[in-house]
Each structure stands twice: as C-alpha cells, then as structure tokens.
Design a protein around this ligand. Sequence first.
Ligand SMILES: [Zn+2]
Length: 428
Amino acid sequence: MVIVGSEKLVGIIGTMAQQPVTPARARRLLIEQGFPPVVDKEVIKRWTLGSVGGKLRRMGSKPTLALRQAVFRLEREGKLRTSGLKRPEPEVTVTGVTRGIEHWSEMRLLRGQELSAALIRDHYAKQFRSAGGAGEQLTDVCRRILTKAAMEDRLTKCPEKTNFLVLFSGWQSTAQPSLKLGLTAINAEIDAEKTVSVQQGLVAAVERPTDLSLAREGEQVKYACQQQGVRVNTVGIVEGSHPCETFSNSGHINTERGCNYQFPSGAPRPGPKKQKAVNHRRMAANMVQSVKEWIVAGAMRGEQLYCYLEQGQTSTLKKLKSRAKEGEQQKSAFEGLPPPVTVDYCQYKVQLGKSLKYPARKSTSIWTNIRGWTPRRCPGKAQCQHHACKAGATEDRIKIPGFTVGAAENWIPEELHLSILEAAVRPR
Ligand SMILES: [Zn+2]
C-alpha cells in the first residue's frame, strides 16, 4: 500500500500534477505513472530534489520552478534532504533570471542571510551578463525584492540605530517606553511651539522647533531629522500619529463641535475649515509616503527599518490617496505597507509602572512592518476588566495633572508603544 497519508508525498504529487490532490488521487497518479504500488516511509525519506527530478523526467515532464520551490520548502522544514544537489538555475531570459534571483533572494532571507541591492546586483550580473536594457529592470527587481522583505520584517536588524523618530509627537506618550528600551526619542511637530518637552526629565529626547508641514514631498523623515540636527541614518524606527481632528468621522468633532472639516466620505467640506482639511490630507499623505520611501532606501542597503503609524479606526485617514503621477490612477496612500491591525486602547496601561490605569476603549488601526507583537482587543463591556468600554466617556479618561481631558482622550497608551517597540528591538 502506498503511504499516502504522508503530507509530504501528497504535496509533491500535487505539485507534479500542478493542482492540489487528495491522498487517494495521489496514490492513483503514482500507480498510473508506473511507480510501485508499495512505497514505504523510508523510501519517501530518501527522496531528494534529484530523485524527484529523475522521477519527473521519466514521467516526461520538466521540474517547474514551482516544484523546485516546493521541494526547497520541504527541505527548509526538514522534511526532505537535498544535500549535494544543485540550486535551481535560472533560465536564460530576463524574466527567467528575474524569477531565479527572486527565488535565490527568498532562500537567503529564509536562511537568515544578509541581502542588499549590491548583493542582488552581483548575483544578477553573474547569472546573466548579456541582458540588454537590464539595468533599469534590475533596479526594479532589487527594489521589489528588498521592499517586500523589509515590509515582512525579514532583513538584517540594525540594533545600533537607537534613534526613534516620533512624527507629530503631541503629548509624547513615547517618552517612558523609549527610556525603558534605551531609545532616544526625536520629537517633531507641526508648529514650533508644540514640539516641547511635556514629559521633561522622563526621556532623553532631542527636540527643536520643527514645522512638519514645510517638508517637501517624500522628505518628511529627512526634514524632521535635519531640523533636529540628527543624521537620518541613525534612526531605526519611525512612529507617526498624524493629528486626527480633520479626519475624524466622529460626529462630535466633525459636526457637533462645529468643526465641519469633511463629509462622511472624507472629502473636505467647503467652508472656513476646508483649507486646514486639505493641508492635513497633504501632510498625512506625505507622512505615509516619506516613511515608506525611508524604509525602501534602507532596504536597498539591506537594512531592516521599522515604522508604525496609528489612527483611530473610524478615521477617514485610511481612505487617503497618494498623489497620482500623470496617466496613473490614484492609489491608496498606504499601498505597499502591510494591512493595518486593530487594537483597543483599554487593553494597554498608561503611565508604565506608576498608576497602572487603562484608558477608554478607542479602537485604533496600526500600520506597521514590525512583527512579533500581538494586537490586543477588548473582549467587550461584560468581560473587560479595565474600563466600562464607553469610548469617549469623560469618567473613563485618564486624569493626569496638567493635561486637559481632550488631550488624555487621544493619548496612545504607553504600554502599546512598549509592546510594539520591544518587538522591533528584540534580536531575532
Ligand atoms: Zn475594554
């Protein structure tokens, strides 16, 4: 009897047949192809890339890239030995080489080896010297591979980059967590007056008056660093929590308070607040674009840089579009970042190690390429240990001397920063 219960065997057969197969079909296929009806577990263990390839050739088909990848995946998982066998060679076409390079890069990353644009270029040049016009394509290939890896948190960590840039630093809830993790917070704000040490003495923060609205397109990170007198390549993490007032869909801000920034669709509403709404949309889109470009620039050098961007879940910020190039359709400003995750503030402490208070629920979206932390959600009013789950209710807000209730409402809990930052600085 064929050992068709083996996931590995069924997987390999499925790849040969180029479609998923059931164990019963796998067995029929094997017998049809002239395999002995009895394959014992020991034989399967000895299957290698070469022997699978040989079997495929006897079956009159060529091992496809998909099969090679499947076999290498099995090898990685320790289910198959391929020792002494050659790595897949790319085909001699630009596309073939590109796919080969992508495969090679993937393998390096999965084995925890370094990868950079220079390394990919070198490998590419060896593989394919005569590709006409390949230079430009090569840059695209490098960028695509390395961006994907950076967004999946798979490049080399940079523990020496201890500067932590906080865009729109506001009430500086990053102060305590930075201190705890040995990071230096570099604060930057919209208007000069707001960039002040509201948590003086808590953190080694660098801050000089900065107006982020003055940053050129794609240069907000660079601009903030220049203004603060910090070299951009000393920054390893960027946090961005753009002011939410012009994006908030909540009635009490948008209409009841008479702010009237926008329609529920997010489109700016004509009137006295329109210019501010338009300015904020531009500045927020610039924040997202600048952070992405900073990560990609690091990735091209093979460096893993991190970001996390937060905004209330009902905010229309997530509908933000990037500025379209001529002849192109507008895309989401967040395209290229991993999809956002949701957390509830009531699950995170404020004032680490002090009052151990929890804020109101406030569901919040976080866009980040930092892996290895678990977003916490409120289990609901009945089960929540921390608060009455009445988001926005005054009695639930943190009361800290010197802070208005309005400020406390939007303050990101320190423990949330800590949980994300810890994952970023933790060695793999
Ligand atoms: Zn709760």
